[in-house]
Design a binder for this molecule. Structure first.
Ligand code: 5GP
Ligand code: MN
Length: 324
């Protein structure tokens, strides 16, 4: 039995499945969670999807996203919980506490930094998206895939692969994508909904952030910030910062791109790496995690302090890969 068939078998017949994605949700977390929930719903099973930070505007086109809950009713009980794209249970944020006492924990993830928690684990760091791992589980429930579920899975794959451009894209990724398109999902539509449906304020924010971009380590590092003041000046919200870090990563010679976002609870740091540099090692030094190519953490202290401390660890990682 594969991990996918084992998970499908364990979820079948459960009376109430709770599916949790991670905080600051992305297209993979939301698309994968929703696809599995839709499969359960189609088979007449009771399932609830929780996202502690809700659904960013750019993902509200996902069919079924209006059923995603940011808080769960007090009396509700569950007989299985699925942690989607959570390297540890805490990544589900405030909703993680609702998993206490649930008899079956399922952990589906592709982050190298996954802690291996749970009763049933499907962890594959080689998967380009969690959507790739969820696809065969969904197919156990839906031998015939509907266009809505295919759209959720295509969103997972497309957003986590930089629109099928990253190193992580393998023949299997494209084979699944082909199946999803054959089932009625559209690459053009998902791309347009996610990336070409932005408020003008997001572009103004991008302009300001690029204006403040600084280089370090002889051009091997590029970094910038999004402050609360920049949000006020542009009328943008933090979720509009999507796209900034990708632009930094595209600078010739840059091996590490870092974006520092000033949030009420700390400084959210996003890291992207190219070549042999391991972003998850840098993030891990601050209690975060992720992949070699993309990772993140929350820093505490002033923006200047977090920037300085991060650049020190980045310098160490650059040194480590230069020597090896
Ligand atoms: P992003 O920069 O897009 O928020 O995150 C990049 C990658 O790192 C994503 O795969 C995300 O799940 C992971 N990541 C971001 N922040 C954290 C964190 O605080 N802890 C862990 N474990 N992973 C994170
Ligand atoms: Mn992912």
């Amino acid at each position: 039995m594969t991990p996918a068939t084992r998970i499908a078998e364990a979820l079948r017949g459960r009376s109430h499945v709770l599916l949790l994605g991670h905080v600051s949700p992305d297209g993979d977390s939301l698309g994968s969670t929703l696809a599995l929930a839709r499969a359960l719903w189609t088979c007449g099973q009771h399932a609830t999807v929780g996202s502690a930070d809700g659904v960013p505007t750019m993902y509200r086109f996902l069919p079924g996203s209006e059923r995603i809950q940011t808080a769960l009713p007090d009396g509700a009980t569950y007989d299985a919980v699925v942690f989607m794209e959570c390297s540890s249970p805490e990544r589900a944020g405030a909703l993680a506490a609702r998993a206490a006492g649930v008899p079956l924990w399922v952990n589906i993830d592709h982050h190298v930094s996954n802690s291996g928690f749970g009763d049933l684990i499907d962890h594959d760091p080689a998967a380009a998206a969690v959507g790739e791992l969820v696809y065969p589980i969904v197919r156990e429930f839906l031998p015939t895939l509907d266009a809505g579920t295919a759209t959720c899975l295509l969103c997972a794959l497309l957003t986590d692969t930089g629109s099928f451009r990253y190193q992580s894209v393998a023949p299997g990724t494209l084979r699944i994508a082909a199946d999803l398109v054959a089932a009625g999902a559209s690459v053009a539509e998902v791309y347009e909904q996610v990336y070409e449906n932005r408020p003008a304020s997001a572009l103004h924010l991008l302009g300001k952030a690029l204006d403040r971009c600084a280089l370090a380590e002889e051009g091997r590092v590029a970094w910038t910030v999004v402050t609360q003041a920049m949000l006020r000046e542009t009328g943008a919200v933090m979720e509009d910062s999507e796209g900034i870090i990708g632009a930094l990563r595209g600078i010739a010679g840059v091996e590490v791109a870092a974006l520092f976002k000033e949030e009420p609870d700390g400084i959210r740091v996003s890291l992207r790496a190219r070549g042999r540099v391991r972003a998850h090692v840098i993030a891990g030094a601050f209690g975060g995690g992720g992949h070699a190519a993309a990772a993140g953490f929350t820093g505490h202290g002033s923006l200047d302090d977090v920037v300085r401390q991060t650049l020190e660890v980045v310098q160490r990682e650059l040194g480590a890969v230069s020597e090896s």
